[in-house]
Design a protein around this ligand. Structure first.
Ligand code: FAD
Length: 401
């Protein structure tokens, strides 16, 4: 009698799961039935987000066609987000009510962020422009950023002729710096009649904590060239009338606020029996296996190593939440999911000692940062775009522009 097929469920269509699907497309396994659970049939690729925000490519050019990829892998795709998981009955529940049983499951659901406090309780918080409160553009979750960005651009269209607008980014990491420069460049292009000002607020004492001195200096220079003032050691806490209130109770004037603070885990994970760290990320061992939960795996932003891995001396605590790590975990995750389905030994993941970060500056240039090495230029931006386009093309069938 043939043994029953193993049920493998991939929760989230993040960067690591793209590699898993690619691996099964290249080497199918008739003994494993794969189900992909994703909130969308198209998944955002983080590397291309700055180019898209800067208006240099279409949204579609930044997305991986999960439906096509799943089809090539012989996997079933369900486009409804997971909302619950029961580790004892080994079932995932989706928003559409479906309950999916699994033998082996893997999380690659990315991250979100803590929205700022609301200090105007009598006025329900909304993402619409209003005289009193600044307009909020939350940078995570990445998968729905395009809806929020589109809404902001429509609101900007309504702004009075010749007005003055101050755009403030809360968060001094790569995403905060890069997106503020890209967003400002795009808004200046959209409404050249408006006087656009930019400010970046960083809780830490340096920009890009974890990067080398030269890349940090290049980023500081790029922000300065984009007319952006930088406030260090200031923690943005709440949106109030006129701007952002800091943890010290000061007001930072703002009309538009980009909220790009540190990543946290998706809230629904806290209602599962999964082991989570203090930021709500799933604790995994070196094989990307969830601690104490055989047959469960997690990769990318939603995973936290237990104990923490130190990718390099520059990373003082855990791995940074960057797409490049999700990408690097992908091939090993694919091998380990296959091995787990066959009850074979798991391989261990070695974090790269240094990774290359390419940070767009919104003016057709980019900064390359790798350890202490840093350089910038127009060609770096072209180089980044080529790398990102190649990455997306790897997973996508050719499509009509
Ligand atoms: C504005 C911004 C710019 C960035 N730029 C860069 C950059 O240039 N380079 C870089 O390396 N990193 C960048 N990052 C960081 C990068 O976005 C993340 O580290 C990366 O996307 C993590 O990849 P992932 O595969 O873990 O998750 P994601 O890429 O976030 O993928 C997770 C997937 O899971 C889906 N999902 C979420 N919840 C559920 C659910 N409940 N059920 C089913 N599916 C679900 C999502 O829709 C998404 O498709 C940026 C981040 C931000 C916010």
């Amino acid at each position: 009698m043939t043994p029953p097929m193993k049920k493998l469920v991939l929760i989230g269509a993040g960067h690591a799961h793209a590699f898993v699907l690619e691996a099964f497309a290249k080497r199918p396994d008739p003994t494993i039935a794969i189900t992909v659970v994703s909130d969308s049939a198209l998944a955002a690729y983080s590397g291309s987000v700055p180019a898209w925000l800067a208006g240099e490519c279409t949204l579609r050019e930044t997305q991986i066609d999960v439906a096509a990829l799943a089809q090539r892998a012989g996997a079933r795709l369900i486009t409804s987000p997971a909302v619950a998981l029961d580790t004892s009955t080994r079932q995932v529940t989706l928003a559409n009510g479906e309950v999916i049983p699994f033998d082996v499951a893997s999380f690659n659901v990315g991250s979100t962020l803590m929205l700022p406090e609301q200090t105007l309780p009598e006025q329900p918080f909304s993402e619409t422009y209003d005289e009193q409160r600044p307009y909020l553009l939350a940078m995570r979750p990445l998968s729905s950023l395009h809806h929020r960005w589109q809404a902001l651009r429509e609101n900007v269209e309504q702004l009075p002729q010749g007005s003055r607008q101050r755009v403030v980014s809360i968060g001094g990491g790569a995403a905060g710096c890069e997106t503020l420069m890209s967003v400002l460049a795009q808004l200046r292009q959209q409404r050249p009649d408006i006087s656009w000002q930019g400010a970046l607020v960083s809780a830490s004492t340096t920009l890009l904590p974890g990067a080398g001195r030269l890349p940090r200096w290049l980023t500081k220079r790029a922000l300065h060239r984009a007319g952006i003032t930088v406030l260090h050691g200031v923690r943005g806490q709440a949106l109030i009338a006129g701007g952002v209130r800091t943890s010290e109770g000061e007001l930072i004037n703002a009309d538009i606020v980009l909220w790009a603070t540190g990543a946290v885990g998706h809230p629904w994970l806290a209602d599962t029996q999964l082991p989570l760290d203090k930021h709500g990320f799933i604790r995994v061992g070196k094989s990307l296996d969830v601690v104490g939960q055989p047959g469960l795996f997690a990769a990318g932003d939603c995973a936290a190593f237990n104990p923490p891995l130190h990718a390099s001396p520059l990373h003082s605590s855990s791995l940074p939440k960057a797409g490049v790590y999700a990408v690097r975990m992908g091939p090993l995750l694919a091998d380990n999911l296959r091995a787990a389905c066959h009850r074979e030994p798991l391989a261990t993941w070695q974090p790269p000692k240094r990774v290359l970060a390419l940070i767009g500056t919104g003016d057709g240039h980019a900064i390359a940062s790798r350890g202490q090495v840093g350089f910038s230029g127009r060609w770096v931006w072209e180089w980044k775009k080529r790398i990102d386009a190649r990455f997306i093309a790897r997973f996508n069938p050719p499509f009509e522009r």
